[in-house]
Design a binder for this molecule. Structure first.
Ligand code: HEM
Length: 136
């Protein structure tokens, strides 16, 4: 990601974080609509999981200029996800639900540049998690 991408992604996330409850509800509703088979993997309270996700993303935003620190967090998260029964194909579905949520939430503010920046960030995060889940 370029420095400009980092700035764009952070600004857009700050907007979503201000309405994190609503945004994360939208995200999970969309995910379970396009990938109903993942619903049973979520065993804990979904309200708590919504907070976990948004807080992890907030930490990720803060560490975007410290890729090594973020990689350590993502590797651990990737190993955890393997244990939750998450399969590699699910990462594309979560990515699609994320981009849909951003587009729905930000409307016209979700520019093509922003979409490229988020797609690239999510792809990097997912690849690191998947590799860690394989034991790399
Ligand atoms: C970049 C991608 C992702 C991020 C940042 C993320 C973030 C998180 C975080 C922070 C947690 C809290 C528990 C922990 O820290 O281990 C979690 C749990 C979980 N995530 Fe993810 N996740 C991602 C991708 C996925 C994917 C692709 C799936 C597939 C459906 C998924 C399903 C789950 C499940 C099932 C749990 C456990 C919930 C429970 O115990 O009820 N996540 N995720």
């Amino acid at each position: 990601m370029t420095d400009e991408d980092i700035t764009l992604v952070r600004e857009s996330f700050a907007q979503l974080h201000r309405r994190r409850n609503e945004t994360s509800e939208l995200f999970y509703a969309r995910l379970f609509e396009i990938a109903p088979d993942v619903r049973p993997l979520f065993k804990a309270d979904l309200a708590a999981q919504r907070v976990n996700l948004m807080e992890f993303l907030a930490v990720a935003m803060a560490t975007l200029r410290d890729p090594k620190g973020l990689t350590v967090l993502l590797k651990k998260l990737g190993r955890n996800h393997r244990g939750y029964g998450v399969q590699e194909r699910h990462y594309d579905q979560v990515g699609a639900a994320l981009i849909w949520t951003l587009r729905t939430s930000l409307g016209a503010g979700f520019t093509p540049e922003l979409e490229r920046a988020w797609t690239s960030l999510y792809g990097e995060m997912a690849n690191t998690m998947i590799a860690a889940g394989r034991g790399a």
